[in-house]
Design a protein around this ligand. Structure first.
Ligand SMILES: C[S@@+](CC[C@H](N)C(=O)[O-])C[C@H]1O[C@@H](n2cnc3c(N)ncnc32)[C@H](O)[C@@H]1O
Length: 414
């Protein structure tokens, strides 16, 4: 417990910011990072002093502005003889003895003081409104050149190579575009289409207003930004984003009911996205904003969008992450739903275990025979990073989850 930073009112604010900081591979390099330039990419000629070796798009994500290949980026390991206070961060750390017990005690404090039922219902009723409010204030503040994407999700970057062929990427919960704009900035694939979606209309408007939208200055690739609630069901009507912005009519026109919607349809996809059409889906710090009762429909919608063999990439907060242990009283949304909180700004946040994410993606497809899994898991990882406050000699543990899951079953919509 003594290793945790003190819980003060100002912590509440920094916690909310901390929640939105980027994951490990990037965090320790924030200061050195160069903001994403909207200038066209440097041509090979401009870097003529470098050896004339053809560099892939993936290489360019790391150089010339990023850390050199082979640097300690994401790989500073705390050995038995290392002095933990000699650096600000350590990667892939083991949690110390007593950490689990300390975390349990903190969670017990949370459990004993949940938010009131009235407030809970209000927070759950219109969650997108809190994100709208968030983006109204932070329209550009969280825009980053996410170099860690290239390290953690090379499969995503592979879609942007010049000879990758036709590729469709669906970015879910795109926010201000922290993933899609760096991706498009580096893109060299003329056949890349990126669908940026969020259920916050304010976030989508920010993406649409960006000079890189819908076609970046270098002219390669195209984006579409639309409001879409990942949890939506066909019967639910317009998005719970309450924007009055109906953006997800059924994509399939057959077997329509008199209201123009397939009577047997169980999924809702973003405007312009056909079932079984997407190569890669990215869901970065988005599932944590859902209520656990919404997970099943969310994954079902994503499964429906992917083509067979398509890849689902998830990154999110892990159980007992610093952001969870810093939470104070009166933030647990419901004692019957542990690990789901409301932040100071009204947005929800959940902290996952590997098992929860695993069972989410290994469930059988809806509407089928009930046999087999939706996905095959290629990676299910827990990423732990130790942050050091050298001045105050504090140790803080960030814990993130990462999943790569490949769609197994046929793409036919149920
Ligand atoms: C923590 S932010 C992450 C934003 C972005 N993915 C990133 O990594 O910077 C969570 C985002 O998910 C969006 N979101 C939350 N619930 C959603 C839902 N049910 N459907 C679609 N987007 C959702 C929020 O509006 C917000 O933009």
């Amino acid at each position: 417990m003594s290793d945790l930073p003190p819980s003060t009112p100002s912590d509440e604010h920094s916690n909310s910011l901390l929640d939105r900081l980027d994951p490990p591979s990037q965090q320790h390099s924030h200061d050195k990072e160069i903001g994403l330039s909207l200038e066209p990419m440097r041509s090979e000629k401009e870097t003529s002093l470098e050896p004339r070796v053809k560099r892939t798009v993936a290489d360019k994500w790391v150089q010339p502005h990023g850390p050199p290949v082979g640097s300690t980026f994401g790989a500073r390991l705390l050995g038995e003889d290392s002095d933990p206070y000699s650096h600000n961060t350590w990667d892939h750390v083991v949690l110390p003895d007593g950490f689990e017990q300390m975390a349990k005690e903190v969670l017990e404090v949370h459990r004993s003081s949940p938010v009131s039922p009235e407030k809970r219902d209000a927070f759950n009723a219109r969650p997108a409104e809190y994100w709208n409010a968030f983006y109204s204030v932070h329209s550009a503040a969280f825009f980053k050149d996410r170099r860690w994407l290239r390290l953690e999700f090379p499969e995503l970057i592979a879609c942007t190579e010049p000879d990758a062929g036709p590729k469709i990427v669906l970015e879910v919960g795109c926010g201000a575009g922290n993933t899609v704009f760096p991706l498009m900035h580096h893109n060299e694939n003329p056949n890349l289409i990126v669908h940026a979606t969020d259920y916050s209309k304010t976030a989508v408007d920010i993406v649409r207003a960006n000079p890189m939208y819908p076609i970046p200055p270098h002219g390669i690739g195209r984006m579409h930004a639309n409001v879409w609630d990942i949890t939506s069901t066909p019967g639910a009507g317009p998005s719970r984003s309450q924007n009055g912005d109906q953006t997800f009519p059924p994509s399939v026109e057959s077997e329509e009911s008199e209201h123009g919607r397939r009577t047997d349809q169980t999924w809702v996809l973003p405007k312009g996205v056909e079932p079984g059409s997407v190569d890669v889906i990215t869901v970065i710090y988005v599932l944590s904003a859902l209520h656990p009762t919404e997970w099943r429909q969310a994954i079902h919608n994503l499964y429906t969008a992917l083509k067979p063999g398509g890849l689902l990439l998830i990154r999110d907060y892990g159980r007992h992450d610093l952001a969870q242990l810093r939470i104070k009283k009166d933030r647990l949304l419901d004692p019957d739903t542990p690990n789901l909180y409301i932040r100071g700004d009204g947005t929800r946040v959940y902290f996952f275990t590997k098992e929860e994410l695993e069972s989410m993606v290994l469930a059988p497809p809806q509407g089928g025979t009930g046999k087999g899994n939706m996905f095959e898991i290629e990676q299910l990882g827990e990423d732990r990073r130790l942050l050091i406050n050298r001045k105050e000699r504090l140790k803080m543990y960030r814990i993130w989850m990462q999943v790569k899951a490949r769609k197994l079953s046929p793409s036919a919509p149920s």
